[in-house]
Ligand binder design. Structure first.
Ligand code: GDP
Ligand code: MG
Ligand code: ZN
Length: 359
């Protein structure tokens, strides 16, 4: 028996498609199951929301193992089925397959989950020293490559001159495909909340992405109409923040919709394959059809349709992301073999050096 209180859960962002998946879930007996949403993930526990209240819960070790075997893990925004045991402890027993899921690769190529079930990603970036179109494109690739709409929000518009602000907005609009909205805001101003309302319809979830100090927590507070998230002053020399936000948290907004605040990511390698990456650079993809040569690399070839139209730095950024994506597409087995190969080689080099009395 699965308990689904749609009216209450809609406040936590429940969509009919998720409710259907949950109702069809096959879970071993073990108490009355409740559909709830994960608002925070910690080392050995999570927090879940049922649309009315939030409470701590513990994932079943079996579930964690099953997910880990697939290079996956519970993430903020996941819908899960939880049941209380005789002592009142809530256990997460199953995860409803997420409709969307953002993940990245860490330095070792391991997959790291970020958030699940989001509709829009706000790529938050200061209009001041934090401004970087290249970084914005990486975040957009992360979102759009996973079927999540991306919007660039330039914060601190009040701190830069009007000319500078307009130049930066124009630069982004000229460089990014037309479908990507670009907004310049003062994140501390309550009047900014209604400007984000189009991305926060009933049952929709928005995630804040961007470097530390960009204004993600400030925007979250402005949407909540309350100072819930701590915000931190940035260093004057490089506009960088100090990682005031340490974990991801999901909040229910009074006006409907949900928002997930995140800390800055230390390294940003989107976990998207080549095909999904191309979706985020579809301007390049569709122009490429008009290049003279079918295998045009948009480098020095004559008759290249991409080079003339697409921003040169955007094209370079795309090629760098493509290289990463190809490397990450290696299966875990290939990676193991590669590492084993390195180890064997360095061992034989050491043995060779030893034999010659060099170490
Ligand atoms: N004047 C102004 N300050 C901002 C704006 N957005 C963020 N800040 C400030 O920038 C600092 C970092 O903001 P925070 O929200 O903690 O950044 P986060 O790391 O992305 O969460 C704080 O001192 C904020 O008050 C803005 O649009 N205008
Ligand atoms: Mg923050
Ligand atoms: Zn070309």
């Amino acid at each position: 028996m699965i308990e689904i209180d749609f009216a209450a859960l809609a406040r936590a962002g429940l969509k009919p498609a998720v409710a259907q998946l949950a109702a069809a879930a096959q879970v071993e007996e073990g108490g009355e199951l409740h559909l709830v949403r994960i608002t925070e993930v910690h080392r050995d526990r999570v927090r879940v929301h049922d649309g009315r209240d939030e409470c701590p819960a513990r994932p079943l070790p079996r579930l964690e193992r099953e997910l880990a075997d697939e290079g996956d893990a519970l993430a903020v925004g996941d819908w899960v089925l939880a049941a209380a045991d005789a002592y009142g402890q809530a256990w997460v027993r199953a995860r409803v397959p997420p409709l969307t899921h953002l993940a990245r690769r860490d330095g070792e190529g391991r997959r790291r989950t970020i958030v699940s079930n989001v509709d829009t990603a706000l790529v938050v970036m200061g209009a001041d020293g934090d401004f970087s179109p290249r970084r914005a494109e990486r975040y957009l690739a992360l979102a759009q490559g996973s079927g999540v709409a991306g919007v660039v929000v330039l914060t601190k518009a009040d701190l830069v001159g009007e000319r500078e602000r307009e130049e930066r907005v124009d630069e982004l609009r000229g460089r990014l495909p037309r479908g990507v909205d670009v907004l310049a805001v003062n994140a501390t101003d309550p009047a900014t909340a209604p400007r984000l309302a189009p991305y926060l319809g009933a049952g929709e979830t928005l995630v804040m992405l961007g470097s530390s100090g960009a204004g993600k927590s400030t925007l979250t507070n402005t949407l909540l109409g309350a100072s819930v998230q701590a915000t931190g002053a940035v260093r004057a020399d490089d506009s960088r923040g100090r990682h005031t936000t340490r974990a991801r948290s999901l909040f229910l907004l009074p006006q409907g919709g949900c928002v997930i605040d995140t800390p800055g990511l230390r390294s940003l390698r989107p976990d998207v394959d080549e095909q999904r990456l191309a979706a985020s650079f579809d301007d390049i993809d569709s122009l490429a059809a008009r290049c003279r040569y079918r295998n045009c690399t948009h480098g020095e070839e004559p008759g290249c349709a991409v080079r003339d139209t697409v921003d040169a730095d955007r094209l370079r950024n795309y090629h760098r992301l493509l290289r990463d994506a190809r490397r990450d597409t290696m299966t875990a087995l290939e990676r193991q073999r590669q590492v084993a190969g390195w180890k064997a080689r360095s061992k034989s080099v050491r043995a060779w050096m030893k034999a010659r009395g060099r170490v």
